[in-house]
Design a protein around this ligand. Structure first.
Ligand code: ADP
Ligand code: ZN
Length: 221
């Protein structure tokens, strides 16, 4: 099964991705995580992407598409993948379609996580991440056991530069302008699954499993 996670920044794509990874064996590809790893390792790609990310803009399509194309060519993607944060523009979606088509693959479902702007702003302002391993925490819902220290690896816990309030507003604007049109794009291909993600992970996962079963992607229990 090949799936895409769609949703505004802070809509919970990462959290839902972790849960889906446990239920189905899918390779998780987060473009945001790949960019952040490249910035941390000071690679050429990281250097190119950093200024856009810090401003809350999208990294240009050609850079992003090349990176995803390379990642999708790895062996671990042949038996199912989950794209988190890609595509984010119509150009990226068209490119993805042709990359997959040339390999005889396709996307089975696009999960659109729906959350109001007010909840998004609240969630993002509470979000903290581990500088070393990327584990995420919420100051309000699941703070680390020891203040400022990662439960998983002991690394330092920080707020993402692009999670500061001014940048969050510009990310939400970018989303509305460039990414929201993908909802219609995938609805037209009859693979869109709308999921209300305001009421917790369990409810979201139940909606996803029901929809997967209705579409014959998994057998219904
Ligand atoms: P969120 O979903 O919370 O916005 P991500 O970790 O997915 O966070 O992305 C962080 C940043 O990385 C984005 O704001 C953008 O600058 C860049 N980015 C990630 N994915 C893409 C993409 N598909 N196209 C362009 N830029 C991207
Ligand atoms: Zn850590």
């Amino acid at each position: 099964m090949n799936i895409i996670l769609l949703g505004a920044p802070g809509s919970g794509k990462g959290t839902v991705a972790e849960a889906l990874k446990k239920s189905f064996e899918l390779t998780h590809i987060s473009t945001g995580d790949i960019f952040r790893a490249n910035i941390a390792n000071e690679t050429e790609l990281g250097r190119k992407a950093k200024s856009y990310i810090d401003r809350g803009d999208l990294v240009p399509d050609d850079i992003t598409v090349d990176m995803v194309k390379e990642r999708l060519s790895h062996q671990d993607c042949s038996s199912g993948f989950m794209l988190d944060g890609f595509p984010r523009t119509i150009t990226q979606a068209d490119a993805l379609e042709s990359i997959l088509c040339s390999r005889g693959q396709s996307v089975d479902a696009v999960i659109n996580l729906q959350v109001s702007d007010a909840v998004i702003i609240r969630r993002i302002s509470a979000r903290r991440v581990c500088k070393s391993c990327g584990a995420t925490y919420s100051q309000t819902f699941n703070p680390p056991q020891q203040d400022g220290k990662c439960d998983v690896c002991g690394g330092e816990i920080v707020q993402r530069a692009d999670d500061m309030p001014e940048t969050v507003l510009s990310r939400l604007e970018t989303y509305a302008q460039k990414t929201q049109p993908l909802v219609d794009y995938y609805a037209a291909r009859a693979i869109l699954i709308n999921v209300d993600n305001e009421s917790g992970l369990d409810l979201a996962m139940r909606q996803i499993q029901d929809q997967f079963a209705q579409r014959g992607l998994i057998s219904s229990q």
